[in-house]
Write a protein of this length. Structure first.
Ligand code: NAD
Length: 369
């Protein structure tokens, strides 16, 4: 019988787990044996008894969990010590985030472990159910607004009370991809007046359908779009137009959520220190691009910075701070992947499949180019 191993996450502050009882049950129904390391779901409030009820074998430690495993499911990339424990000929599935020259992939290749990277799922309709970047960005976009709202010195909704009338807060979302659209929806639900800006004009309709105002940068044109729907890095002139447009908005804003990313590079700089100093005292910036260098010049990953009465936070691994639902969504993404690679109880990597081929970083003892 094919064995799937679910390891407990060991990275500091990682609270998610790769599989939840609901998805374990589905794997068991498909004729797979599922080993879950003891306590794997505890940080996400899922206890071992629930996994056992779903048909999992709860195993006392990583070594026992990995015994005979054909597929190893994780959220975060394994540490050096974890990587050395993975069984030869197994397939590791996790966010692998390989930096250039990172020794992990070579280590996996030496151990004859194949590796599928969850961040390399193609952004196609067929791959949508496997797309963990999107599911986790959805959680991050939601949580960013809650964090920002909790730091604001004012309420977000308009209130008419016996103690007076409060005007709604103004929220600006920069970058209206997956995280940005969820931030818009969340800020709307909290009653704020929301506007959003993105260099891809195709986003306008999505922003407006959420009831937010799309900030236009008319001179920008349509060239910011590239194939696959992703934004391209802007020319100096276009970047200047973007900063001008954003600078015109910032002085009126109470909360700004920034999410702008450009594939394969540093995050674009959208708020300079000079622009920030023209904002209202008490305003808050939540920079979701902190780990990619930040959209705001003052962002420090994982820290809160105060400048001219404005607070800037650059939260990292935000999805992990909503561990139950983030795990449920991630587990569904991995379940969908297993539907692709585990058929009739047997696991096979079909390299002619574009999803498998995009995700596969290490195969048959070699790191793939
Ligand atoms: P992302 O995380 O790469 O970037 C976030 C947003 O920042 C994007 O909307 C981008 O246009 C914007 N941005 C980049 N530079 C900017 C700048 N200088 N100023 C303002 N905004 C800027 O994006 P994402 O959330 O991963 O989504 C990117 C695209 O992929 C979208 O078109 C989305 O609809 C698409 N997508 C498709 C699928 C699918 O088909 N399965 C799944 C997910 C996303």
């Amino acid at each position: 019988m094919t064995t799937i191993a679910v390891l407990r996450e060991t990275a500091p502050s990682e609270q998610r787990v790769a599989q939840v009882p609901e998805t374990v049950r589905k794997l068991v129904e498909r004729g797979l044996r599922v080993n879950v390391e003891r306590g794997a779901g505890l940080a996400a409030h899922l206890d071992d008894a629930e996994y056992e009820k779903a048909g999992a074998h709860v195993t006392p430690d990583a070594a026992t969990t990995l015994r005979g495993a054909r597929v190893v499911l994780k959220v975060q990339r394994p540490s050096e010590a974890e990587a050395s424990q993975l069984p030869p000929e197994s397939i590791l599935v996790a966010f692998l985030a390989p930096a250039p020259g990172c020794p992990l992939l070579a280590r996996l290749a030496r151990g004859r472990v194949d590796a599928l990277a969850m961040e390399n799922v193609p952004r196609t309709t067929r791959a949508q159910a496997i797309d963990a970047l999107s599911s986790q960005a959805t959680v991050a976009g939601y949580k960013a607004v809650l964090l920002g709202a909790s730091l604001c010195p004012r309420l977000l909704p308009m209130l008419t009370t016996a103690a007076g009338t409060l005007t709604p807060a103004k929220v600006l979302v920069l970058g209206a991809g997956v995280a940005g659209l969820q931030a818009i929806a969340t800020a709307k639900r909290l009653g704020a007046l929301v506007s959003a800006f993105d260099v891809r004009p195709a986003v306008r309709e999505q922003v407006q359908s959420l009831g937010a105002l799309f900030v236009e940068a008319p001179a920008l044109g349509a060239q910011a779009e590239v194939t696959g729907g992703y934004a391209a890095r802007l020319s100096e002139e276009r970047q200047r137009l973007v900063l001008e447009t954003i600078a015109g908005q910032l002085p009126n804003m109470d909360l700004v959520i920034t999410t702008a990313q450009v594939r394969g590079g540093a995050a674009p700089r959208l708020i300079t220190a000079k622009m920030l100093r023209r904002m209202r005292p008490g305003a808050v910036i939540v920079d979701l691009a902190a780990e990619a260098g930040g959209n705001c010049e003052l962002t420090t990953p994982g820290e809160a910075v105060r400048e001219a009465g404005v607070t800037v936070i650059g939260p990292t691994n935000l999805a992990s701070s909503v561990p139950l639902h983030a795990s449920m969504m991630y587990a569904k993404n991995q379940l969908a992947l297993l539907g692709l690679i585990a058929k009739d109880g047997a696991v096979k990597l079909d390299l002619s499949d574009d999803i498998v081929s995009s995700m596969l970083l290490v195969h048959a003892g070699a790191v793939r180019a």
